[in-house]
Write a protein that binds this ligand. Structure first.
Ligand SMILES: Nc1ncnc2c1ncn2[C@@H]1O[C@H](COP(=O)(O)OP(=O)(O)OP(=O)(O)O)[C@@H](O)[C@H]1O
Length: 334
């Protein structure tokens, strides 16, 4: 459905996206995840048709819509957009907003489609409300209904929850996922929030410094991050110097199995140790001092400091609390 091949984009003298490639099948939901300024919005805008590629190409439904030489205008791509600010038309009520892209339809058909869309986003009784009479979440749902109403081939969403409370985002992301699924929509969303991406997406593209470091599902990103940037952005953990040994890796904390993600080579090799890869013990192990303890409901998360000042994260049983300042023993979990 959507294919982006080796796409390079830029402003002035700078390339802000370099050779990015990704693909979404029909009905799939993708997320571009990365810190501010890494090029997510620029990539989304190029797919929509608002930025021209410097190199590479974009295909929609097997048709080339953009190369450095030729770009299909945005309005001819069949792409819907939802922006950071919900950007509803303040002078139109909910019905008018959702009907906005349906001017080609007969009145009865238009009303039916608006009704269908409002039912989909759970705002059936609010046709006559004005945007200022809606909560942020409701406005966002109207914006989504408006974007989906003309049945776009692809829906692009740029940080659609950024104006909502952090606590609400994950549940709204899950709700949006079910709305998009029911509509059978193919969608690509930009976010810098990992839980939001994990709640929404079939495939996630992790971006850092203009590069799309990895395009994979959440499980793969967590278990097998392709670069240290992906490891830093997805989940928690620490990178420790390591050397190859029979059946795995050796670090200052012991031996870890061969599936442990590793980066670099030679003396520069480091392995990624997730909190679950380590265990606290009462006797023996590598001594470490508890710097921070956080209660996470099902477990404690500890930040520990080793003798050489390296910080590591580890999960511990809630039945056995270690105080900040205590010295504990650390061993590999496996
Ligand atoms: N119109 C423009 N002219 C020049 N530079 C731009 C323009 N728009 C964006 N940039 C630059 O391109 C880079 C990528 O910007 P982009 O908006 O794609 O990042 P982003 O990952 O979406 O960030 P955010 O999460 O903050 O929205 C940034 O360094 C930005 O300053």
């Amino acid at each position: 459905m959507l294919e982006v091949e080796h796409l390079t984009l830029g402003y002035g003298a700078t390339d802000v996206v370099q050779r990015a490639s990704l693909a979404l099948a029909r009905g799939e939901i993708g997320c571009l995840l990365g810190p501010s300024g890494c090029g997510k919005t620029t990539l989304l805008r190029a797919i929509a048709g608002f930025e021209a590629p410097r190199a590479g190409r974009i295909l929609l439904d097997g048709r080339v819509v953009a190369t450095a030489e030729r770009q299909l205008p945005a309005r001819e791509r069949g792409v819907g957009m939802v922006f950071q600010e919900h950007a509803l038309f303040p002078h139109l009520d909910v019905e008018g907003n959702v009907a906005f892209g349906l001017r080609g339809l007969a009145a009865a058909e238009r009303r039916a489609r608006v009704g269908e869309m409002l039912a989909l986003v759970g705002l059936d009784g609010m046709r006559q409300r004005w945007p200022h009479e809606l909560s942020g979440g409701q406005q966002q749902r109207v914006a989504i209904a408006r974007a989906l109403a003309p049945r776009p081939a692809l829906l692009l969403l740029d940080e659609p929850f950024s104006s909502l409370d952090t606590g609400l985002r994950e549940s709204i992301a899950r709700e949006l996922r079910s709305i998009l699924r029911q509509a059978g929509a193919t969608a690509l969303m930009v976010t810098h929030d990992q839980p939001e991406a994990f709640a929404m997406a079939d495939r996630i593209g992790v971006m850092a410094g203009g590069r799309l470091c990895q395009w994979a599902d959440a499980f793969e990103l967590y278990r097998r991050p392709a670069t240290p940037e992906v490891a830093a952005l997805v989940g928690s953990g620490v990178l420790l110097p390591a050397r190859r040994v029979a059946e795995g890796w050796q670090t200052a904390l012991g031996r870890h199995d061969a599936a442990t993600p590793a980066f670099g080579d030679g003396d520069g090799t480091r392995v990624l140790l997730r909190p679950q890869a380590l265990r606290l013990v009462d006797d023996g192990g590598v001594p470490a001092t508890v710097a921070v303890r956080m209660f996470r409901g099902s477990h404690f998360e500890y930040e520990l400091v080793l003798a050489d000042t390296t910080r590591v994260l580890v999960h511990g049983d809630t039945g056995r609390a270690h105080e900040v300042g205590a010295v504990v023993g650390l061993v590999p979990a496996g």
